[in-house]
Structure formats: structure tokens, C-alpha cells
Design a protein around this ligand. Sequence first.
Ligand SMILES: NC(=O)c1ccc[n+]([C@@H]2O[C@H](COP(=O)([O-])OP(=O)(O)OC[C@H]3O[C@@H](n4cnc5c(N)ncnc54)[C@H](OP(=O)(O)O)[C@@H]3O)[C@@H](O)[C@H]2O)c1
Length: 287
Amino acid sequence: VLEAETLAGVDGIIGLCIPPTMANASDDLLWLHNYSVGMDRCKGLSEQQVENVIFTNNKRLSGPTIAEHAIAMLMSISRGLPTYTAAQAERRWDRSPFNDQRFGELKGKTLLVVGLGGIGTQTAWRAHGLGMRVIATRNSSRSGPDYVDYVGLSDELHKLAGEADVVVNALPLTPETTGIFDKAFFEAMKPGSIFLSVGRGKSTVTADLIAALESGKLYGAGLDVTDPEPLPEDSPLWLMDRVIITPHVSTGGIDSVRRMTTIAIENLRRSVAGEPLLNLVDIRRGY
Ligand SMILES: NC(=O)c1ccc[n+]([C@@H]2O[C@H](COP(=O)([O-])OP(=O)(O)OC[C@H]3O[C@@H](n4cnc5c(N)ncnc54)[C@H](OP(=O)(O)O)[C@@H]3O)[C@@H](O)[C@H]2O)c1
């Protein structure tokens, strides 16, 4: 947390957009570069800050890394690796899961990217490269790269979920996306499909996800984000077959960090030179 005396007279901040920092920011603050992506923690802004401060963030910069994480979780689930890894930890040569690998190959299957932004686009590109048909939703446009077969708006989510063998949550957390993956959504999903979540945990209603897994409606899930975080020790998700949980770490690795540093420095240069900044955020929209 940056103290008020540190922030006195400060024009720009490169740091986390969190309530204590924003409460201590000077009235002269012109620019805040959130050294993170999600703006959901950037709460309690004054009307003056909403009106006058230019917000930028790290969006798109961890897209390639997180997309690889999502695909790694997907392939791990489809190939049954969690079961074999558990057997290996006990030095057990157990071939019995062989007959339970019902998901089959990714090639020819359909993947729905919910939130075709930085992470979503990178995930789509990789899935397409694996021979999957890719469809997606966005918030403000229907345009997308040519490797995405169809781009719909958010109100088409349930219809598109019914076509998908794999769904990836790559959404920012906004009022519209909070709890968007709920009972009705999981009911709309194809039986035997896989749910991946790398956006924000609060987009998923955890109890509804658990019910969908327990009923067998979902084949499996790969979760880098959960609600709540940390996931409580007694959550049934921990011990479910074909559920992979990583503790909000999918951005880890040197490549994302290098891009984040580069963009922060470039934005600092632009800010001093009075040039337009990169990675602008619409703070009212929330991403
Ligand atoms: N797991 C992690 O460690 C981690 C790391 C980084 C980020 N994240 C999360 O992932 C989110 C996405 O990151 P990003 O870099 O991909 O951000 P981004 O480039 O800003 O992409 C966000 C995308 O979501 C779309 N969107 C917003 N509301 C939507 C809705 N209601 N329905 C469908 N699409 C909607 C936007 O559509 P339009 O383009 O049409 O406006 C945009 O394409 C972040 O906000 C953050 O919360 C998680």
C-alpha cells in the first residue's frame, strides 16, 4: 500500500489499483497503470478519479502463457493424466483408467471461448491449431480472427454452450459476468463436456459447477481461478476425478513478466512525452 505522503503530488502510478492506494492518491493523479489485468479489485474510486484518471493495465500480455495453461489443463484432462499422476505418486502401475478415457481426441471437437480478448484469442489460436472448431463470445463486437468460426454476443452464450465440447472462461469480472456460469449455463452445456476457467473465479457459481461435475454432466474441469480463493480445504473439487486445480498461477513464467515490464516502461515514456498510452481500460465498463 502506498501512503498518502508518498503519493503527494504524484501524477502517475504504476502499481496495483486497490482501494487503499486509490484513497491515498493525490487529487492531481492523471494516470494509473494497474500492474495486473483484472480491474475488479479497483474499487472505491471517487467520481473525480473515474472522470479524470487514465487507467491502463496488463491486458493481453499474459494471453499466450495463460492460453498454454488452459490447453495444458485440457489435454491433461482429456488424456487422463491426473489419474496416472496420482498412481505414479504411489508407485502403482495401474492401467485400469485406460477404459475410462471417454473424451477422445480434441481434433474435430468444438471449443467455445467466452470472452474473446487477449487470453481468449490466444486460446482460440492454439485450439484451432489442434484441429478444433472454435466459436466465441465477445461483449462489444462480433468480429474475430479467421480461425474463429463464429463470434457471438453474450446473450448467445447458452446456445453456443450447447454446441461446445470444451468451454473456456476468459472473461473479466464485471457485474454482467459475475455468476454467468450458473446452473442454467451448465444445463445448457453438452453432456460430457469440459469446463476450463482462467478468467475470474466469481464468474462461476461454485455450487452449480460442483453439481454439474457430480451428476456426470461435465466430464471434467480445469480451474486456475475459483470462488472463493483460496479454495477451502473441504471443497469437494479438490478430490474429484478429472478436476485440475491450479492456485491462480496461470500467468507464471518469464515471458508474461517480460511483456508486462516492457509495456509499463513504454507507457511511462509515452506518459512523459504526452503520447497516447497502450492498454487503455474503460473504467466504467470494468476492463
Ligand atoms: N488467471 C489469471 O492469473 C489471470 C491473469 C490475467 C487475467 N486474468 C483475467 O482474465 C481476464 C481477461 O484478460 P485479457 O487479457 O484477455 O483481457 P482483455 O483483452 O481485456 O479481454 C477481455 C474480453 O472479454 C470480453 N468480454 C467482456 N465482457 C463480456 C461478456 N459479458 N461476454 C462475452 N465477452 C465479454 C471483451 O469483449 P470485447 O472485446 O468485445 O469488449 C474482451 O474481448 C482479465 O480481466 C482478468 O480478470 C486472469
